[in-house]
Design a protein around this ligand. Structure first.
Ligand code: SF4
Length: 252
């Protein structure tokens, strides 16, 4: 079953298309937890839940009341009717990890409809779940932001870095770019080597580095060290505009 946690029309806040008006679909569920990111969110039952900045779209046990089951692609397509959207507006599929639904027939039909209507579809993915480009050719028309998780996520290496998946997506997608969330401490702990061991799986793919943080304060603290790192390594710096503008607010 596909679960949709939220949808909103905003601007893309990070990565290659920063500033682009985009309709976001946030799907529920992820194959990781990323407790190393240290974000804590209070669940409706009062529990403090540890995870990433979208833990409410990862942890179904605590946040299930906001997860809407999707039984037909029309349930997703109807969302586009709720907004006054420019024709062919960018659509961003995020989560959680949207590719946990990559083989679901409803999900694939939803994608096919978006592409047929000239939307640019971008996946925000942790790039650890493979995509069958031959069986589902619609994925060849999609863009993939490869947000491969680093050791600061505290996920096991074999789970978070799948060279075969990175290579497959980068080779077959319409476009792909790496997008990393980086904190100042990681930079000081030899980040170049860690990034290098990921980038080797697709050396022509461009790299965007964003300051780690679920709040404006955290993002600001990591920004200047990261800019210096990007200058030294020749990577693109990407702001996290939505957090800088709206801080910890969701759905913006
Ligand atoms: S992979 Fe992404 S969505 Fe999943 S737990 Fe990690 S940061 Fe959160």
């Amino acid at each position: 079953m596909i679960y949709l946690v939220e949808h909103f029309y905003s601007i893309q806040g990070e990565g290659r298309y920063v500033g682009t008006p985009s309709l976001f679909f946030r799907f529920g569920g992820c194959n990781m937890k990323c407790e190393g990111f240290g974000c804590i969110e209070k669940a409706p039952n009062g529990d403090a839940v540890l995870g990433c900045d979208t833990v409410y779209a990862v942890n179904k046990e605590h946040f299930a009341q906001n997860w809407v089951p999707i039984e037909h692609e029309q349930d997703l397509l109807q969302v586009l009717e709720l907004y006054d959207l420019p024709e062919g507006v960018d659509v961003v599929l995020t989560g959680g990890e949207p590719l946990i639904y990559a083989n679901d027939a409803i999900f694939v039909r939803f994608l096919e409809n978006l592409i047929a209507n000239n939307h640019r579809v971008t996946f925000e993915t942790n790039a650890s779940i493979d995509v069958d480009f031959e069986k589902f050719s619609v994925y060849k028309e999609c863009v993939f932001a490869l947000s491969v998780k680093l050791s600061n996520s505290k996920e096991p290496l074999s789970k978070r870095v799948r060279g075969d998946v990175i290579f497959n997506i980068a080779q077959n997608a319409k476009d792909a770019f790496f997008k990393f969330s980086i904190d100042a401490d990681s930079i000081n702990l030899g980040l170049e080597e860690e990034l290098g061991s990921i980038l080797m799986h697709s050396q022509q793919t461009s790299v965007y580095c964003m300051p780690l943080g679920g709040s404006r304060e955290e993002v600001e603290a990591n920004t200047e060290p990261l800019i210096e790192f990007c200058k030294a390594q020749g990577y693109n710096f990407s702001d996290r505009l939505h957090i800088r503008i709206w801080d910890m607010n969701k759905g913006v």
